[in-house]
Design a protein around this ligand. Sequence first.
Ligand code: ZN
Length: 64
Amino acid sequence: MSTYECPTCNKQITVGRDEDAPYRPFCSRRCKMVDLGRWLNGTYRISEPIKPQDLERDEAQDES
Ligand SMILES: [Zn+2]
């Protein structure tokens, strides 16, 4: 028997066997997806910065 804490909702979960906790360290599939969503959002922001070239292109269009 082991007890762990879900990182998403901080709920204490106690399971008899590791096989009984398929979403460990999360308490449920929902909490796992919430954490994954946070991670993906952070990665998206870092990998898609605004490029200076894109801003210059917008300014050029305003001149016409
Ligand atoms: Zn949870």
